[in-house]
Write a protein that binds this ligand. Structure first.
Ligand SMILES: [Zn+2]
Length: 103
């Protein structure tokens, strides 16, 4: 038995078709910037590895781990009110706001 005969590779969500479908919304489509935009807000994307600080997401109340990619959002002209959001949580908020303004 040679050591190299069995490749050890962690199962990643995107290697599983079902899981992929479930988390598909969280992955990064090319149109993501549009999807993250919301009238009246500035949205800054923070890439993974760019932070060494953990934040608390105002939407779900869970921590955004240090180094996790996320978005920083603040009302236009009021950067003191900036908040760090999970990308998916912000997207949820954007979709909610858009459907409210359409209603
Ligand atoms: Zn969140």
């Amino acid at each position: 038995m040679s050591k190299g005969s069995r490749k050890k590779r962690a199962t990643r969500p995107w290697q599983d078709a079902t899981a992929f479908r479930d988390i598909g919304d969280l992955l990064v489509p090319s149109s993501e910037e549009d999807e993250l935009r919301l009238d009246g807000y500035e949205v800054q994307q923070v890439s993974a590895g760019r932070t060494d600080k953990a934040y608390v997401c105002p939407e779900c109340g869970n921590a955004i781990a240090a180094g996790e990619s996320h978005v920083v959002v603040w009302p236009e002209g009021d950067p003191d009110l900036r908040r760090h959001w999970h990308r998916h949580c912000w997207r949820f908020e954007v979709n909610r706001s858009r459907s409210e303004s359409e209603a």
